[in-house]
Design a protein around this ligand. Structure first.
Ligand code: ATP
Ligand code: MG
Length: 616
């Protein structure tokens, strides 16, 4: 038996022995990336380096990254998908390529010193080739040289074994995936592989080889800097190592299932429905607690990440009800989650009170209306039945208006109404819901769905400008409001910047004006923007702002606006305006930013304010 603590350690030790630098998990909430709500893979925080920026720790890295994939929510309940999971990964930025990557994957998986998995239970897939790029024989040959039999190598199409580009253009390439046998027999039969026997093989690791650049004209050219990006699922690997039936039996899940068994008086394996509901409750509350515990002050709300948290908690409450749990239970599960992760991710225990309070509040709020909401839903269905009896017409769809009423009056997220509808053989008019939603609220968040897709950050020209403007504003806020101001979150689109920071009260009109004037002063001064690499303690000494945890690895990039050697302070006549630990990229001179304007200043949660600002 091997547990999650040992596995993380083994993975990092192995890649350290292959001269990789270990970096800590980045936040679950991406900094400065408007394309996604959550970090969906280990590569996500490393995008600038995959695109060619130099990483201060060098060109070989490894990490264990916290990930959230809301696009997998409907899969949760099966034996292998979760909305929150941990991804172990190793990277080469223009350094080693297929041979080393595959050989090391194999060594880590099979050597007795590391995982010691039986090679007879492993299989792989490689890219089959298409009109744009050839079959990945190179990878197949490397696998064969390691002893992988021909019949265990599946050649699969682009949908399976190709990564990227995330947008229309950019780096992309084939991948090779590794699978562990999950069939009933001890060993896979003769010709079984992930291509012809998909369900019986569990994908545990994916090595992506970024070797092409897709251009606007659809042409694929060789990429200048070729990269390796791998991702290994911690939970699935533990399943393979310990012979478990599903990911919920590993040590970062099982205590939650046990607690749910205790609260409901039922057994995990009682029936397929019970198993599924218990998995959903455990998964969703684990994810909600990890998001809220991530130092960004994300609480349940109606927008963005907060809305995801709300959906997760509410769905868990409903499945808790299905399991017959009467009392309020969510914070008890969250407490277990914090116990499980407090050593590995200390931020969850730092935010313990916040997580437990917010989760309990959200549960109470929803419990006040869920019973009535479910009654309303029953009424709807009965109405459909009556209509059928009277007129013979079968209604199969819940209208947008009806779904919106369930949302607005009873707090049912659309996804929950959909789920209830499916259970009753019905569907929901989602477009109609969105229309009703947009009509009732000026803030239509329909576009939020788009953000669930993973991918490369929007590194467009405007985003880079907003990124630099964010540094200027951060410095100005500290000058105007005081040094208690700390960044709590940042999100940039090509149209605006959004910045969350600690500050106890509403900003006055004068303060906002002062911040605007200071930022515009810095823009008018056309300061140069430059960076230096240094250790965290050197950065501290130079007065750089930013997170001083181990988060960025031992060496960091420090961006200065103004003279890199002068003391940084955001006031008129200062030689350096801002200094901040940051991965970049930034503009070269502040003069091109245009005119800075604060659009909105509001509360996000207690003690945290949010500013939206624009460049004109
Ligand atoms: P699948 O097809 O099984 O959903 P994927 O192709 O989406 O997996 P990748 O994007 O290649 O997976 O991610 C790398 C690794 O992360 C996978 O090999 C797997 O071990 C793990 N992984 C991916 N999604 C999940 C998830 N929802 N829950 C748990 N582990 C996951
Ligand atoms: Mg997937």
């Amino acid at each position: 038996m091997i547990n999650s603590i040992e596995l993380r350690q083994k993975f990092l030790d192995f890649f350290r022995s292959k001269e990789h630098k270990i970096i800590a998990s980045a936040s679950l909430i991406p900094e400065n990336d408007p394309t996604v709500l959550f970090t969906t893979a280990g590569m996500h925080p490393l995008v600038p380096y995959l695109l060619g920026e130099k990483h201060p720790e060098g060109n070989r890295l490894a990490s264990v990254q916290k990930c959230v994939r809301m696009q997998d929510i409907d899969e949760v309940g099966d034996n292998r998908h979760e909305t929150f999971f941990e991804m172990m990964g190793n990277w080469s930025f223009g350094d080693y390529f297929k041979k080393e990557a595959i050989e090391w994957s194999w060594e880590f998986l099979t050597s007795k010193e590391y995982l010691g998995l039986d090679p007879k239970k492993l299989a792989v897939s490689v890219f089959a080739g298409n009109e744009n790029s050839p079959r990945d024989e190179e990878s197949a040959i490397i696998w064969k040289s390691l002893g992988m039999p021909d019949e265990r190598i599946a050649y699969l199409p682009k949908e399976k074994n190709w990564w990227g580009p995330a947008g229309q253009t950019g780096p992309c390439g084939p991948d090779t995936e590794m699978f562990y046998w999950k069939g009933e027999s001890e060993f896979p039969p003769g010709d079984s592989n992930p291509g012809n026997d998909e369900e019986k093989w569990l994908e545990i690791w994916n090595d992506v080889f970024m070797q092409y650049n897709k251009k606007t004209d659809g042409i694929y050219t060789p990429l200048k800097q070729i990269n390796v990006d791998t991702g290994m699922g911690l939970e699935r690997t533990l399943v393979s190592l310990n012979g478990y039936a599903d990911v919920f039996q590993i040590d970062t899940f099982w205590p939650l299932i046990q607690k749910i068994e205790e609260l409901s008086g039922r057994e995990y394996v009682e029936s397929a429905e019970t198993t599924r509901s218990m998995r959903i409750v455990a998964d969703h509350l684990r994810t909600a607690a990890m998001i809220m515990g991530d130092d960004k002050g994300i609480a349940p709300s109606n927008v963005d990440q907060g809305y995801v948290v709300r959906r997760l908690i509410r769905r868990a409450v409903r499945h808790g009800r299905v399991l017959g749990i009467k009392e309020n239970f969510c914070s008890q599960i969250a407490e277990e989650v914090i116990n499980i992760f407090k050593e590995v991710y200390p931020e969850v225990s730092r935010n313990r009170e916040f997580v437990l309070t917010e989760i309990a509040q959200e549960e109470s709020k929803f419990k006040n209306t869920i019973e009535q909401g479910l009654k309303e839903f029953e009424k709807l269905i009965n109405g459909f039945r009556l209509a059928f009896e009277k007129t013979g017409t079968q209604i199969r769809e819940i209208s947008g208006k009806q779904a919106f009423k369930l949302y607005d009056t009873y707090g049912f997220p659309l996804e929950m109404t959909k789920e209830l509808a499916i259970e009753n053989g019905l569907s929901v008019d989602a477009d109609g819901f969105n229309e009703a939603f947009a009509k009732h609220q000026e803030l239509s968040r329909a576009g939020a769905e788009q953000k669930f897709k993973g991918g490369l950050a929007d590194q467009g020209e405007m985003s880079v400008k907003y990124h630099t403007a964010t540094h200027l504003m951060h410095a100005a806020l500290r000058h105007v409001l005081g040094h208690h101001v700390e960044q709590r979150g940042s999100n940039i689109t090509s149209e605006r910047l959004r910045f969350d920071f600690s500050h106890p009260e509403k900003m006055t009109e004068e303060q906002k004006k002062e911040v605007e004037d200071l930022v515009n002063y810095a823009i008018g001064n056309n300061y140069p923007v430059s960076y230096e690499e240094m250790t965290v303690s050197e950065a501290k000494k130079k007065g750089a702002m930013g997170l001083f945890e181990d988060k960025y690895g031992a060496k960091v990039k420090v961006y200065s606006v103004g003279d890199p050697d002068a003391a940084a302070d955001a006031h008129e006549n200062s030689l350096a305006f801002s200094r901040e630990i940051c991965g970049g990229p930034h503009v070269e001179h502040t003069g091109i930013l245009g005119k800075f304007k604060i659009i909105k200043e509001e509360a996000v949660s207690s003690g945290i304010r949010r500013i939206k600002a624009m460049l004109e």
